[in-house]
Design a protein around this ligand. Sequence first.
Ligand code: B12
Length: 309
Amino acid sequence: MEENKLKALIEAVITELGAELARSGRAGPVPAAPVPPTSAPPPGRTGPGIDLPDPMSPEARALPGVREPLDADGLLALRETTTARIGVGRAGPRARTRDLLVFQADLAITKDALERKVPQALLDEFGLFTVDTRVSGGRSEYLLRPDLGRRLSDEAIALVKARCAPGPDVQVCVGDGLSARAIEANLARIFPVLKSGCASLGYSLGQPFFIENCRVGVMNDLGDLLDPKVLILLIGERPGLGRAESMSAYMAYRPKSGHSDADRNVICNIFDGGGVNPLEAGAYALRLAQDMMGKSASGVKLKLMEGEA
Ligand code: B12
């Protein structure tokens, strides 16, 4: 087909589509969100400015993408109730550029949480020395081989034996798990609560330490080595899209080889602003430790005993 005929055909289709939308009352590319001004290069600097408004700003995130919603206020209210991606709209059959960019940026936050390390300064602040697991090939091996993250390395066993006294009432360990960001976000708030809580309850607290490339199952090795009455493992949870600061406290009464998750309890979703506040989580962990010691049990066994009480 000749080029000018093709062009005419395309124009005719576009005109017809526009007319059809007008007839159905859905006409017009009414933008759902006012477009914020384009960022210019900073004063004194030349070069290209950013030609898209920042889609990651809280204001931009709050704007729905559905054009001409039947109930605009309802849609806004609904979006405020959740961080899930609802009411994002679409451009034809695909996601809007704005949403795709936000998705990619959020995914970057998730990947960063998986890859990054807990800052040494934070570990130093709480007097945590570091040991590793049997993961020796970095984070990619950690992700592919959960079994290696459940066992302490030989060097770790030697170091823990040298630096920690066995048999405390409560042993607190910190593990990066699947999000170092979670430890960065919560350790400074939960750790002092656990420490002062143990002191006021009269519990001896073992020398705490940090475990790199750590999985929950490492609790068994820790139990075999240190024989605490209660072990609390603070560990980074699997990050969600754009949400990396969620931490868990996995706990067990006298953990040892052969124990499974059925022998453990978890306080999950510990983070400020929507999750379990870390201060509250610390208090709850101490309460749970008391229960565990009182009933000499944890996990499903403890739950069943509570049912009997
Ligand atoms: C991944 C996951 C799982 C996976 C774990 C497999 C794996 N290798 O990753 C699977 C699908 C098997 C799973 C199963 C269950 N899970 Co789950 N799980 C999660 C999730 C999404 C992430 C956990 C995480 O990041 N762990 C940290 C990493 C570093 O740990 P890991 O060593 O890689 O993996 C271990 C833990 O994930 C642990 N685990 C996973 N779930 C649970 C639940 C309990 C009660 C315990 C003690 C341990 C545990 O099992 C893994 C192997 O040891 C959380 C959500 C959250 N916000 O934490 C829910 C979550 C922890 N799970 C939950 C529940 C209820 C369960 C089940 C009991 C569901 C059921 N009714 O069968 C089972 C039992 C768990 C078990 N292992 O026996 C709840 C716990 C609620 C609570 N406070 O008690 C959570 C918080 C989800 C929720 N919001 O309801 N889970």
